[in-house]
Ligand binder design. Structure first.
Ligand code: BGC
Length: 741
């Protein structure tokens, strides 16, 4: 491996350059990115002339040709029009790197030499940056890679709300909070579409568990749907202008999402004005007439010979069950997608995979995502003047995570592991001894997806070796967590416990070396009870992409001051989390009753006074920040007003650092059930050591609304509200009361 002028790439890797991403990165640094970024492109618009061409094409197509465009032609394409030389549409996963090529009708990889890509930090890592600029950089880079690989539709971002901490896809998703999801998803989409690649935001909607995902029905009230599960999708469509959306596998209130008139026709198209294409999840279509009439445009993943939208759709039109106009409208949307994504092909944006700029982007994102959970002995950053021998223990020190998790895998051009990162960063200054510590057991039968989780046994011989290494070292660094045999699509975890006997390993190592740092590489919450008991130094470092190992090493060595914050709550016990407390996960008789309603994530823990292990928004720094001088622009507000909050953040420590300031709002005289508090604004700021920054947070009074499901409208009830500035959901710094008229 070698480092080049601040940009880190493995030796010998082919580098091509492009100019869009660096411009965005650098122009954002100077707070004006308009030169680099085209709003028109990012919104997926096409020209009037193209619209005319599309009408001409539709008029010339036979019914059979039209329906050919509305279903999968191969695993990752939908049909084109051979007679007119219109190529098929190319899709690919998403959401954290462009998946390797598989056969047209088989999932077996083609083993090409040309289909590697950058492994981006996964969704929960991006969310932990709490930084929409990182989402824009992410989207731009992944969009460029999709373009380069000839993909017109990226199957991402994935933004389902983290309702249960055990969801096998938590790592792909972002957060438990609709606002944090919304702010990130909008910029991710803008970045992708700026490269003329259509972002297909997924999985619409209320797809919060993998257990029985293809058959389960989510039963939830309208208020919960509107306040918790839909806002980020709404933002993706109305602000991000996503050109495509993927319907989820599950049912909502008894109807499959892919044929759900309420969801697709009434809300998505009717209320939000969505003009793009609705793509089914792979094999997630269940009917011809209902799906065609209720909003689905393209059926993906089914056997190309017998799809619901092939011959069956032709017959449905001939029998008068579906009007040809409905088919025409779907074809029109598909053609718009083709015209949009084929503009500018062959331009600079199409020449880039794993460029220095992309490597820089994933390094920055990874660096901002790492969460310092606990550092009460100030073991971090490492005092490299004093530390001579380091024991690095744990399979995740060398485990690569790019390829795992079914659909969301990437054939990474390279992936720097934590051990490689540490050796490159400090190997010349300290002796590093690596021992495996625990053995990851692999899912025995890969073809069986449900319920067959790997074994969870400690390996005494590996623990003994680890103890020996730790005893002889100045410090020990345990790098554990999960892997994609534990966190994966199609299976939920059954427990939050660290797998493979890691608690026994942690206990044994910490008992011989009190200077033990525990690093967790995983994608969702885990139970850190033993880790907290045994060690005072805990870091959470995610599945952190191609550059994850370097970012982690730079955090440990102190070159990056950690600034990640948890995008979801870590419960003290799984039973404390709402769906588990109410025993509504995974549901009974294929029905998941969302009894917790709007009390998801911190909304639940706060309102019910249940202390989590780590709260939402938690994350420490190597410096400390004081909050003072909170000011609000008025004491009393009308319904159409803006609330402007300012405060001073002072860096009271010795290092420059970044802090995410969170603004929570509580209704002090609620007319209906309200969570104890809700996140309503946040911003991340950089503050030099000893310096101060005035932070401004703005929200509309309308942001305080709840959804009145009797009147079917958003309502801000007049009364007193409390605004709280905070460093996490538990670390409230200053409060002010306001009243709304
Ligand atoms: C997943 C989608 C993915 C698709 C194609 C499905 O199983 O749910 O997220 O995009 O497969 O790989």
């Amino acid at each position: 491996m070698k480092k080049t002028s601040g940009i880190k790439v493995p030796a010998g890797d082919k580098i091509t350059t492009n100019f869009i991403l660096p411009l965005i990165i650098s122009s954002f640094l100077f707070f004006s990115f308009n030169q680099a970024y085209s709003q028109k492109k990012a919104e997926g618009r096409i020209s009037k002339e193209d619209e005319k061409k599309i009408e001409k094409i539709i008029a010339s197509l036979s019914l059979e040709e039209k329906t050919e465009m509305l279903h999968s032609n191969s695993l990752f394409t939908s049909g084109g029009i051979t007679r007119l030389g219109v190529d098929e549409l190319h899709y690919d996963d998403g959401p954290h790197g462009i998946r390797e090529e598989v056969g047209r009708h088989s999932w077996t990889p083609l083993n090409l030499t040309t289909d590697s890509a950058t492994f981006f930090p996964t969704g929960s890592a991006l969310a932990a940056t709490w930084n929409p600029v990182m989402a824009l950089i992410y989207g731009t880079a992944i969009g460029e890679e999709a373009r380069t690989r000839g993909k017109e539709i990226l199957l991402g971002p994935a933004i389902n709300i983290c309702r249960t901490p055990v969801n096998g896809r938590t790592y792909e998703y972002m957060s438990e909070d609709p606002l944090l999801n919304s702010k990130l998803v909008v910029n991710y989409i803008k970045g992708v579409q700026n490269s003329n690649v259509i972002a297909c935001v997924k999985h619409f909607a209320v797809n919060n568990q993998e257990t029985n995902r293809g058959t389960v029905s989510a039963e939830l009230d309208e208020r919960t749907l509107r306040e918790i599960y839909l806002p980020a999708f709404k933002a993706a469509i109305t602000e991000g202008k996503a050109g495509a959306i993927m319907s989820a596998y599950n049912k909502i209130r008894g109807t499959y999402c892919s044929e759900n008139d309420y969801l697709l026709n009434k809300v998505l198209r009717g209320e939000w004005g969505f003009e793009g294409i609705v793509v089914s999840d792979w094999g997630g279509t269940h009917s011809t007439v209902n799906a065609a009439l209720n909003g689905l445009d393209v059926e993906m993943g089914a056997n190309a010979k017998t799809p619901f939208f092939g011959e069956a759709l032709v017959n449905a039109v001939k029998e008068g069950k579906v009007s040809e106009k409905v088919v025409d409208e779907k074809v029109r949307r598909m053609l718009r997608a083709m015209f949009f994504s084929r503009q500018n092909s062959g331009s600079k944006t199409g020449t880039a995979v794993s460029t220095p700029e992309h490597n820089e982007a994933v390094y920055k994102i990874a660096g901002e995502s790492i969460v310092l959970l606990k550092n009460s002995d100030n073991l971090l950053p490492l005092d490299l003047g004093k530390i001579k021998r380091i024991a690095v223990i744990g399979d995740n020190a060398t485990h690569k995570h790019a390829s795992g998790g079914f659909g969301a895998g990437v054939k990474a051009r390279f992936e720097v592991t934590p051990l490689a990162g540490l050796i490159s960063k400090i190997g010349s200054r300290a002796e590093i001894k690596f021992v495996q510590g625990y053995k990851p057991a692999f899912r025995a039968d890969k073809s069986v997806s449900y319920g067959k989780l790997p074994e969870n046994k400690p390996d005494q011989q590996l623990i003994d070796e680890a103890v020996e290494a730790a005893r002889n070292a100045d410090i020990a660094i345990i790098i554990g967590g999960t892997n994609h045999d534990v966190e994966t699509e199609a299976t939920d975890r059954t427990t939050l416990a660290l797998p493979f006997g890691q608690d026994e390993l942690i206990k044994a190592v910490c008992s011989v070396n009190p200077k033990t740092i525990i690093i967790i590489a995983a994608g969702g919450p885990v139970d850190l009870t033993e880790a907290m008991k045994s060690s005072n130094t805990l870091v959470y470092s995610w599945y952190n992409g191609s550059q994850g190992g370097w970012a982690l090493a730079d955090v440990l060595a102190g070159d990056i001051n950690p600034s990640g914050k948890l995008p979801f709550t870590f419960p003290a016990r799984l039973e404390d989390s709402p769906a588990h407390y109410l025993q509504t996960f995974p549901g009974e008789n294929l029905t998941a009753d969302y009894k917790e309603g709007i009390l998801v994530g911190y909304r639940w823990y706060d309102t019910k006074n249940i202390k989590p292990q780590f709260c939402f928004g938690h994350g420490l720094s190597y410096t400390t920040f004081d909050y003072s001088d909170m000011k609000v622009n008025a004491e009393s507000f009308g319904q159409d007003d803006k609330i402007e909050v300012s405060l001073k953040v002072t860096n009271t420590g010795l290092k420059e650092g970044m802090e995410t300031v969170q603004l929570y709002v509580s209704d002090l005289s609620p007319k209906v059930l309200k969570p104890a508090k809700e996140l309503k604004a946040f911003t991340k700021v950089k503050v030099p050591s000893g310096g101060e920054v005035i932070v401004h947070l703005t929200l509309n009074v309308s942001d305080l609304a709840y959804f009145d499901d009797k009147e079917m409208k958003w309502v801000v009830s007049p009364g007193k509200y409390k605004l709280a500035t905070a460093s996490s959901a538990e670390d409230i710094r200053e409060e002010k009361e306001i009243s709304i008229q």
